[in-house]
Design a protein around this ligand. Structure first.
Ligand SMILES: [Zn+2]
Length: 215
């Protein structure tokens, strides 16, 4: 099993694969050790079905560079893909040029728990890999013919929000200015992610405003 990052929807299933060796970035293991149990406890109060879940920590981690695993006749190349979080990794099935991107590639890039410049680096790198498919952490599989446009669209969105939040920082009415920045004006549609895109877009703007403008 590979945990692409520590977020609940990417790690809390570990316990349903007893005996599996779980691999992640070293920081993923650290974050799960620190935040896993308390956030599971909080979530359980709202969702009793989480009773069956327990936190299982990764067994094998790497801190820098890449980790190549030979599985059957395939090479799996695990490498850093930060931006959505600072422990993100992706898995390239080398022979097939298929990339499991984790949340470093989503229909709407989400950087609240990460760093926008790291995300730009990750998306650019993904665009240069010469891929057949991208398996996104959320959303549809991206086919070869769609990859260039998807990469361009994500880079465009990230550059747009960065530019607009910077502009907001110079204004007295920064909050109102931010309110008016629609997802469409940043080059994305709100129908992505089952209608959640607009909410994620708002959160991106607010967290960037905090990080870039200290507000
Ligand atoms: Zn995530």
């Amino acid at each position: 099993m590979v945990n692409t990052h520590y977020h609940a929807d990417h790690t809390w299933g570990n316990c349903f694969f007893p005996g599996a060796t779980i691999v992640s970035h070293a920081r993923c293991r650290e974050y799960l050790t620190e935040y896993g149990a308390p956030s599971l406890e909080t979530a359980r109060r709202q969702n009793p079905s989480l009773k069956q879940v327990r936190i299982v920590l990764p067994h094998m981690t790497f801190e820098s560079g890449e980790l190549t695993l030979r599985v059957g006749k395939k090479n799996l190349i695990l490498s850093q893909a930060f931006g959505h979080s600072s422990d993100g990794i992706s898995v390239l099935v080398e022979e097939d040029r298929v990339l499991f991107a984790g949340d470093a590639f989503m229909p709407l890039p989400y950087v609240v728990d990460g760093d926008i410049d790291d995300m730009l680096t990750s998306v650019k790198k993904i665009g240069r890999l010469g891929l057949e498919n991208i398996i996104q952490g959320h959303g549809d599989i991206i086919l070869r013919g769609e990859i260039d446009a998807a990469v361009k669209e994500n880079l465009n969105y990230l550059n747009n929000i960065k530019k607009l939040v910077k502009a907001a920082g110079k204004r007295k009415n920064a909050e109102e200015y931010l309110e008016e920045i629609t997802i469409e004006s940043c080059g994305k549609s709100r129908v992505h992610l089952g209608g959640l895109a607009e909410t994620l877009h708002r959160r991106n703007l607010r967290s960037l405003h905090q990080k870039m403008n200290g507000k």
